[in-house]
Each structure stands twice: as C-alpha cells, then as structure tokens.
Write a protein that binds this ligand. Structure first.
Ligand code: BGC
Length: 447
C-alpha cells in the first residue's frame, strides 16, 4: 500500500447494479413492444437476448465474484411473475429464487428492486401508472414476490426512480407510453410514490427486519449563469418538480410547494423508507430563455463550459457532465431524510473506458469525504457490471466495468473493472492505484 490511503468502513457494501430488462433477455413487456416501434430506440436496437441472464446469470455471477463484490442490486421482472393479470408464474419466481440463492451462496448480498421501468403488457393496456388502480395491482404482485422470496432477501428497493419513469414517459417521451402531459407526469409520479408505500407496508408486515427503500435519481440543477435571476429560478423550479417531489413526502409528509395531490397518502409517506437509494450520474447547468416551448426546452440543459463529458446520447448531446462533487452534494441533500444511504447507482457511458477509472477515483473520493464527515453512506453499486441494454439508447451507450459484445456474448474486463476489483479488495483507495490509473491527479488526490 502507498503511504496515503482513503479507507472505507470495513462493512461497506461494494457491488454493481443491473435491472431485469436490461440484462435478462427474452422479456415480453411494455418495452419489448416499444422496441418494435421503428425510431423509438437508437439504431432500432432491440434488447433481444440482452446479457442472457434468464438462461445463465451464473456467467456474470462468476464475474461478480472475481471482482470481489459483497453485494449486487438486481430487479424482478413483473411481466415474468404475472404475465397475465392475476396469473402468477411459479417457474419464474423459482428462477429468481435460484438467482438470489446463488448470489448468497458466494457471499454476495442481494438487493432486489421490485419495479425498474418495465410493466406487463396487460398493465400497460390499462394505462399503467397513469391509472391509480395500478397501485393495487402492484401490491398484489409484491405480496406474491415477498411470500416467495421474503426469507432470502433482506434489502428491497420498491420503485426505481419514479421521477425518471414519469419524466421519460410523459415529458421527454423517450420511454413508453411516450405521451406528453405535465398532468400525467405529476399523477404518475404520485401513483408510484403510493405504490412505494403499499409495497413498504406489505414487506414490513411480512418481515419487520427487512430494509425497504425508495430509489431516486438525484439530478442536480445549477444555473448556467450564477448571476441570472431567471436561470436560478429555473434551477429551483426543476429541483422542486424533479427532486423535492420525491424527497419531501419522506421528510415532511407533504410537499413544500404547491401540488394538489392526495394529501393523506403523502402524509403517510413520512419516514416510510428504511434507507434512501441514491442514484447519481450528473448535473445540468440550466438556462432560461424566452420563446416557444420548443426553443425554451432546446436551451434548458447545458454543461459547464470546458467540463469533461461522457458519451453522446440519441439526441446528439452528451449523457452528462462529469461532476464528482455532485455525488457529495446529493448525499448531503438526501441525508435530510435521516436514514442510511446506499448509492444504488452511479456510473457513466464511456465506450473506450478513457474516463471511467478516473470517474471511480474522483467520485469515490467524494463519497469518502461524506462518510468522514459523518454521513451514513452504507455502500455503493456501480452502474453497471457489464454493458447492457440502455433503454432508448439501445446498445450504443456502454456503462460496464466489463465490456460486453451483445452479438457474441463475449465479456472483457475493462481497466476500470480491474481498478474496481482492486479498490474493493483493499476496501480503500491507495496511492499506487492513483499512480497507476490517474497519475496526473496524484499530487492533489489525497489533499
Ligand atoms: C436507470 C438505469 C439506466 C442508468 C443509465 C438510471 O437512471 O435506473 O436503468 O441504465 O440510469 O442511464
């Protein structure tokens, strides 16, 4: 070990995160329908066999083992468990049981997400999350899952990123159902929050010791021009309606801004998450302009001039600015909930892996700083283990610590993957690691 070192807590959770549709292959759900509509997915890619997990998740399990994981975040595909309304598939739940047990057998604690963007087709046909009835359907599905897997799973995530699901489905329209509507953005988000509450109560009733959390993508919005009143106002507005909308109910049991929705249920959400699942990727520098909604929208999201960025998305812009301080800021903000924090996702699309090793070093340094200051961060799940099906960007964006060729199934460890292995093994970041993976940072890294 070098003479300088950033040590993480001994019981820190180290792992990667995946989601069912992005890795399993062969799913029949609202996304498999969406992928069949020409133009919806970059290059008209399909998830297809994805990373083949349904048949052989065990291939990636051995990678996790090799990479020293002590945890992994995965998700359950509702459309497999309940392919037809009210009809549950015993074989599917058994396959999940097998996956979960095989993780545990090698000392990898499973963290299991119940909803990660995808819906069964029958639910989609009923309006999915725009329809309040979906909360009851979700509750029934969760009850079934928990009856079967409850003894094997200690860490549950209810809903992955309610606000991203709603914004992509109803504002940006890159995800199904792709229906633009501000009202539907709000009602969908609120329905998903209620679904969290329903799932929370079901799981806790079965096993009070289970830890059940919400997962939220904390998107920082900073004014592009720090002196501009309108840029600042816009940043605040976006923060409220994308971030506070999920956080406020857990902290205050109400919204801190006008939003006339189901007050009683929102009140019941106060404190009803055992941990906060924080997904952090990037920040936007926002700019307010006058003009048509299209012009305004086109100008809103910017990157700090000169900042390093990750790979380019479907819309021709970078996925985001690489902004390590953001993870520290996000931890600080969500600690208002007063619950342990897991970084349930963080990462970047970087096909040639030219930025990922440095991303790991710089972001983990910020996480370490937060822990040192007393913030209760319990673990980190890198997004993702291997490249996988990246929603509307198909196979074009590569998030893996391990490169994955979707045509041949070949997996190849990236330099960042090796670094991740080393960090996890040491439970620390050492001078030698910085020297090897980002030598130019060495003089300032441990300051
Ligand atoms: C989602 C993942 C996605 C990742 C990278 C997160 O918002 O939960 O499913 O692959 O971002 O874009």
């Amino acid at each position: 070990m070098g003479e300088h070192v950033l040590e993480f807590p001994k019981d820190f959770f180290w792992g990667t995160a995946t989601s069912s549709h992005q890795v399993e292959g062969g799913n029949t759900n609202n996304w498999s329908q969406w992928e069949n509509i020409p133009g919806k997915i970059r290059n008209n890619d399909k998830s297809g066999n994805a990373c083949g997990w349904w048949e052989s998740m065990e291939v990636d399990l051995s990678l996790m083992k090799q990479m020293n994981h002590n945890t992994h975040r995965m998700s359950i595909e509702w459309s497999r468990i309940e392919p037809e309304e009210g009809k549950f598939n015993e074989a599917a739940i058994q396959r999940y049981k097998e996956m979960i047990r095989s993780l545990k057998d090698v000392g990898i604690e499973p963290m299991v997400t119940l909803h990660h963007f995808t819906n069964p087709i029958w639910l989609e046909n009923k309006g999915a999350w725009t329809n309040e009835a979906s909360i009851q359907y979700f509750k029934r599905y969760v009850t079934y899952v928990v009856e079967h897997l409850g003894d094997d799973v200690r860490l549950w995530c209810t809903i992955n990123e309610p606000e991203v699901y709603a914004v992509e489905g109803h504002m940006l329209c890159y995800y199904p159902p792709g229906k633009f509507s501000l009202a539907l953005y709000f009602s969908t988000t609120i329905n998903l929050l209620s679904a969290h509450l329903a799932a929370y109560e079901v799981i806790k009733a079965k096993n009070y010791a289970a830890q059940v959390g919400i997962v939220k993508n904390y998107q920082l919005f900073d004014p592009l021009d720090e002196n501009s009143f309108f840029d600042k106002l816009l940043a605040k507005f976006l923060d409220r309606y994308f971030n506070r909308i999920v956080i406020d109910p857990f902290v205050f049991g109400k919204f801190t801004f006008p939003l006339p929705y189901r007050k009683e249920e929102i009140a019941r959400l106060k404190g009803k998450t055992d941990f906060f699942g924080l997904n952090y990727y990037t920040r936007w520098r926002v700019k307010a302009t006058l003009g048509s909604p299209a012009t305004m929208l086109a100008n809103i999201f910017n990157i700090t001039p000169g900042a390093q960025v990750s790979d380019i998305t479907k819309d021709g812009n970078p996925y985001g600015e690489i902004y390590p301080e953001g993870i520290y800021r996000a931890i600080k903000i969500v600690s208002a909930i007063n619950k342990p924090i897991y970084i349930t996702e963080t990462g970047l699309p970087d096909a040639d892996d030219s930025r990922r090793p440095r991303f790991l070093l710089t972001h983990l340094r910020q996480v370490h700083k937060a822990i040192k200051e007393g913030f209760d961060v319990r673990g980190i799940y890198h997004w993702s283990l291997t490249d996988n099906f990246e929603w509307a960007d198909g196979w074009a964006l590569r998030f893996g610590l391990v490169a994955f060729d979707q045509n041949t199934g070949e997996r190849k460890m990236r330099a960042s993957g090796k670094l991740f292995c080393e960090i996890v093994k040491a439970g620390a970041i050492t001078q030698d690691m910085v020297k090897q993976y980002a030598p130019d940072m060495l003089s300032s890294y441990f300051e």
